[in-house]
Design a protein around this ligand. Sequence first.
Ligand SMILES: Cc1ncc(COP(=O)(O)O)c(C=O)c1O
Length: 476
Amino acid sequence: MNIPIYDALRKYCQEKNALLHMPGHKGGLGFTLAEFQAIGALDFTEVPGLDDLHDPRGVLLEAQQLAAEAWGAEKSLFLVNGATSGIHSLLLAMGEGVRVILPRNAHRSFLGGLILSGGRPEFVECEIDPELGAALSVRPEKYRDKLESCSDIKGGFLVSPTYYGTVNEIKSITRMLGERGIPLMVDEAHGAHLAFHPDYPDSALREGAQAVVHGLHKTMPVLTQAGILHLAADFPWSARVQASHDLLTSTSPSYPLMASIDIGRAMMQEHGREMLEQAKARAERCRREINRIPGFNSRSHEFLEIDGVAGHDPLKVVVEITDLELDGYQLSHHLRMGYGIQVELAGENHILALFSPVNSEEDWDTLIFALQEISRQSAHHPRKRNIGPGLPAIPPLAITPRESFLSPHKTVMIKESKGMISAEMVAAYPPGIPCLIPGEIITAEVVDYLIYLKLRGIPVHGLRDRSLQRIQVVNI
Ligand SMILES: Cc1ncc(COP(=O)(O)O)c(C=O)c1O
């Protein structure tokens, strides 16, 4: 395997130098636990031979170039603070006051990026699947409408695949923006593996996106926090993105982390196709089996019937409960306590199991077996769907998220907050889509929605006041 970072780390280890430099654990020696000694053995820093992520000329440059080749980018930057830092770098590079189209289901790292940059979000609504209560796509027409109603858009973002594995119509959105000279940037945090097999949905870079962020640790065998920011040749702000990446990245990036990116990339290039082939076959069998179990249902290509969905990653196994007494949270609990299975998330009527090409056949079989048993042991009757109220219309933005963040704040009763400017991001689960972000005006519809959420006991994230009675607003 061509893995330059690991090779350089091994070589440095074999030299058996006296380690009179950082880090203080001295090649793992300072750790008392054997597992940490093993991790520490390759945890070095920018000594000669190991290059420097802030001015890469050696093994790190080579590894980043190998990554760019593997994913089909012009340039790739390693991220040691997750996909979050790639999203922050892109937004920061765009600069203050710049209008950017964002899907309303954007991950909260986008808010951080907007606070750093002073950018102005122009949100587009998502399609919410009524069964899951989750956002699975944005229709391309929403981007067209936004471009028509707003003349000075400088960039567009899209989240694809979603957490649930639905891939959006990237090509048509890229084309639509491209006709106006606007780049599309894709948060492909959950889709780094797609590029390695032709029968999986096409990757965003292949579909023409000009910048793509991967949260590698989510789907590939690499360490947690590892990510990559890929830039295409026609991406307009490469130099500024590089500068933002430098600004936001630690001056002591973890070498085990960066080596794991390189090893993960090499492994996917050498074995990814066959591993993904096998995983896809297992996923198809698993879904067939689940769809035979009374009380459960698992969709994959059926997601393509939803507007704006162009593909589905088969390794995201969504198990919906159709007619069992238990809900998704109870199912998740049973799987953990009774069968030793921990899934990624649970919702009102479903669970989401994330598989990677590395999961064994036994993992797939264990899930099937557990669901068969649970179905046998549970009472069966049709479940009532409880996906919560419809979201209020996206409120108008009075000031940017950055201005809201930096302003003085005060706490007011939600019922008296109409017309004030929010200083908090508030989202109910489901669907996990914010009804407010900092800088937006609290409308009467939002006030009613928040009061309704409290009355119904629907989980709400973002409000500092856990009793859901008060909200932080901008004090003007
Ligand atoms: C769609 C999406 N984008 C970005 C992120 C941020 O990724 P990370 O946690 O690697 O920083 C996440 C994290 O869950 C995510 O789901």
